[in-house]
Design a protein around this ligand. Structure first.
Ligand code: GGG
Length: 358
């Protein structure tokens, strides 16, 4: 199979973890006789530095012409305490999602058994948890009108959703529920927000098309609590952009670390695959970032964009085997991990490659 992949590593540890993801793709191509070609493109702070623009036109053009995007992260601390900055790295990520029509962000919360002890949540609560989040990606307060009053003392962001936007992601989530445990939880704040009332209305309208799927609606505050109290009650979770952003970071604690969570952003065109974590400048350049979310993002790419199920399963199995062998990066190590088993980014990548080579 011939595929062309754009690597957009972005900022901070995005560069480090994406390098490992690319090595996994190269090895899979070699092992299974696929021809994967690669190109790179700029985004985020790196793109601002080089071109003044967090999302250069060339990045969009190259992405549209590719079969899949391997993405790292965007962000830089210099913008965090500068509310007046007009140009920000995050605009690159939001912009590419919009430009490519990537409206559905799939975030599987998979707990590898070996990491049960890495979580701060009790093992009996966690064991067996397996959740697939559908986070809407191109609407909500992220894209609604925003601004300041003339005296700049009042600010607003508009939470906005259209029927069409809710319907297309809801259909994807219901379709996924049909292939899983046939349970779907839609998360909103319909007791307060009008956009959430429309969200709930549309999900209720679609539900009868899927009579086998058991549907429940939860308010975001209750969902946040239940996720920690009883994660096993969830199968597919469908929610908007802001609630999904927050809930999936919370859910990363079920998987042991943000460094374990992969995601796929899909829509009408090229899929984009990225760890859910950001650029993590506090650990950038130290070689200690966990590359497994990038490796697991590669597995999602092989499965969803290329239909290579065997290859995807092999990548997930390699992660499982490396964890079973006792290797950890710092974020998933605990007191019982021998210091020689605590690996850096590339060392962890090397263990994955060793497993894949067989
Ligand atoms: N790899 C994810 C990433 O870089 N996140 C940083 C960020 O800007 N996130 C905003 C969002 O995901 O909406």
């Amino acid at each position: 199979m011939k595929k062309h992949i754009i690597v957009i590593a972005g900022d901070g540890i995005g560069q480090e973890v994406t390098a490992v993801g690319k090595q996994v793709l190269e090895l899979i191509a070699d092992k299974y006789n696929h021809e994967f070609t690669f190109d790179t493109a700029l985004i985020g702070h790196a793109a601002i530095e080089a071109t003044g623009n967090p999302l250069p036109d060339e990045t969009v053009t190259k992405s549209k012409a590719s079969d899949a995007i391997l993405f790292g992260a965007v962000g830089h601390p210099k913008y965090d305490n500068d509310p007046s900055a007009k140009v920000r790295p995050e605009q690159g990520l939001l912009g590419i999602r919009k430009a490519l029509g990537l409206y559905a962000n799939l975030r599987p919360i998979k707990l590898f058994d070996e990491l049960l002890s890495a979580s701060s949540i009790k093992a009996e609560i966690l064991q067996g948890a397996d959740i697939l989040f559908f986070r809407e990606l191109t609407g909500d307060v992220y894209f609604g009108e925003k601004g300041r009053s003339d005296d700049r003392n009042t600010a607003y962001d508009t939470m906005i959703y259209s029927r069409y936007e809710i319907e297309r992601i809801a259909v994807k989530a219901f379709d996924a529920a049909m292939t899983r445990r046939k349970k779907l939880c839609s998360v909103d704040k319909a007791n307060v927000l009008e956009s959430s009332r429309l969200w709930r209305e549309v999900v209720q309208e679609i539900a009868p098309r899927y009579p086998e799927v058991e549907v429940e609606h939860q308010f975001i505050d209750a969902a946040a609590m239940l996720l920690i109290k009883d994660p096993k009650r969830f199968d597919v979770v469908l929610t908007g952009n802001l609630f999904g952003d927050i809930l999936t970071d919370e859910a990363s604690q079920i998987a042991g670390s943000m460094g374990m969570l992969a995601s796929a952003s899909v829509g009408d065109t090229t899929g984009l695959y990225e760890p859910i974590h950001g650029s993590a400048h506090d650990i950038t350049g130290k070689g200690i970032a966990n590359p497994l979310a990038s490796v697991l993002s590669v597995a999602l790419m092989l499965d969803i964009s290329f239909g290579l199920k065997t290859e995807a399963e092999e990548v997930v199995s390699a992660v499982d085997a490396v964890l079973k062998a006792g290797f950890r990066t710092r974020d998933i190590a605990d007191k019982s991990t021998p210091s020689e088993n605590v690996l850096g980014t590339q060392q962890m990548g090397d263990e994955i490659l060793r497993q894949l080579k067989g």
